[in-house]
Design a protein. Structure first.
Length: 439
């Protein structure tokens, strides 16, 4: 260890230990308008953002413009003969606060098809990267390579009025959302398909065309993709990818830079990468047990082993929710309707039966229930998307619709640059007192 690293390690360990104890014993004391626990705990629960597109209730789960996921399935337009809502309809709802008609959705599908061209230099940029670069790294770089076509950036340089910022932001949003399936599919095929790319089909809707370009024509994959891209679209403005997009956008960065920021947040294992971590954990469990059909007792043993090693159970727990994630439930219902005998899906359901009971034994765990990531990987595996490192990219294609609809509203509302105030540990102690307060 070099001398600087050694010095930092010693200093950081001491300060971290002391501050953790200080927060534990003083967490409920007020620091201006928040508690010390909120200040030091990632701003958990602090209301400081305006987001129009969706709202997350601890007990009811996500609502898009007031509509629950079951209501969206009932009310949003569907593909001919399909049962799952089209993501185009949800984007329309998030942007306008109005349920679209079938004609509205057909228009939006056609409009995104018209706008879906990806310039050759974007593909060249991706081709300069190693094929084993993580797909989210490629995705973020690809989004930034698309930025050369930003209409907002050009309009701003020409002196556009503040009141009109929303207009080129809308145009960038429409172009970016339209091109993301092509970009993501190119990454998938270069990384996992021997570079044999598949041309888009202009006769397909946005989600079905994505599945097509990925090379997946398994029966039912189009419907699964419509459902998947709908339920992953947004999760209120305070989640990491939405907040990162909003924060970067608040500086008047264009939609491309803002979305790339959000995707870099989504790439973390505590956020969108969790889907990848769930499948890795489940497959590891099955390998160690030597079975594809473990008993509840075997699953409980493996859960306790994971916890004893100081690790979390991936896919369980949520910063806000205090019940099973409705997006988990939606995927479970989809699987029960379409492939109830799938071995991996049944393992996921067994884990769901066991995990909340075990986690409920720990007082500090406020939510022992599954989130969306606990189930989505098993659906993708069923449809032969076995390359789990790509799962977060699929999540990102969906999440773009929500965070960019929000960005359009940020510009329409004239939201200011975001700039919270921070404090030093010493400043906190000067305010609250350096002595430990245990009452």
């Amino acid at each position: 260890m070099d001398r600087l690293k050694q010095k930092f390690a010693e200093k950081a360990a001491a300060v971290a230990s002391e501050f953790k104890q200080y927060v534990k014993q003083n967490g409920n004391r007020q620091v201006d308008t928040v508690t010390l626990r909120q200040l030091a705990g990632g701003m958990r629960g602090v209301k400081s953002l305006v987001t129009e597109t969706s709202l997350l209730d601890p007990m009811e789960g996500i609502r898009f413009r007031g509509y629950s996921i079951p209501e969206l399935k009932e009310k949003l337009p569907k593909a001919p003969g399909g049962k799952e809502p089209l993501p185009e309809g949800l984007f329309w709802l998030m942007l306008t606060d109005e349920l679209p008609t079938e004609e509205d959705v057909r228009w939006l599908t056609a409009e995104w098809t018209r706008r879906s061209h990806v310039p050759d230099h974007v593909f060249a940029t991706l081709d300069s990267l190693p094929t084993d670069a993580h797909p989210m790294t490629q995705f973020s770089i690809g989004i930034m390579a698309l930025q050369t076509d930003s209409i907002f950036t050009k309009a701003y340089s020409e002196g556009i009025s503040k009141k009109d910022y929303w207009d080129p932001t809308y145009e960038d949003t429409m172009n970016l959302v339209a091109s993301l399936p092509r970009l993501a599919a190119y990454i998938y095929r270069r990384s996992y398909g021997d570079g044999k790319h598949i041309a888009p089909d202009p006769n397909l809707d946005w989600a079905a065309n994505f599945a097509h370009m990925l090379g997946n024509e398994v029966a039912g994959s189009h419907e699964m993709m419509r459902m998947y891209l709908t339920i992953h679209a947004d999760h209120e403005g305070g989640n990491a990818s939405a907040h990162s997009t909003h924060l970067t956008g608040s500086t008047l960065s264009d939609a491309y830079a803002s979305l790339a920021s959000g995707m870099n947040a989504l790439a973390g294992p505590l956020h969108g990468k969790a889907t990848q971590e769930v499948i890795k954990w489940v497959l590891q469990m099955l390998e160690e047990m030597g079975t594809k059909n473990p008993t509840a007792e075997q699953i409980e043993t493996f859960i306790r082993k994971t916890l004893s090693e100081g690790k979390v159970i991936p896919g369980y727990g949520h910063a806000v929710l205090r019940k099973p994630d409705p997006r988990f439930t939606a995927q479970m219902e989809f699987a029960k309707e379409n492939f109830p005998d799938d071995p991996l899906v049944n393992v996921i359901w067994k884990i769901f039966d066991v995990t909340p009971k075990v986690l409920g034994e720990f007082e500090k765990i406020k939510n022992p229930w599954p989130n969306v990531d606990a189930h989505s990987g098993s659906l993708l595996m069923h449809y032969e998307f076995t390359e789990y490192e790509f799962y977060t990219v699929m999540f990102g294609v969906s999440r773009a619709t929500g965070v960019l609809a929000s960005l359009c509203w940020d510009r329409a509302l004239g939201m200011p640059i975001e700039r919270p105030k921070s404090m030093t540990i010493e400043g906190i102690k000067e305010l609250l007192g350096s002595e430990v307060v245990t009452s």
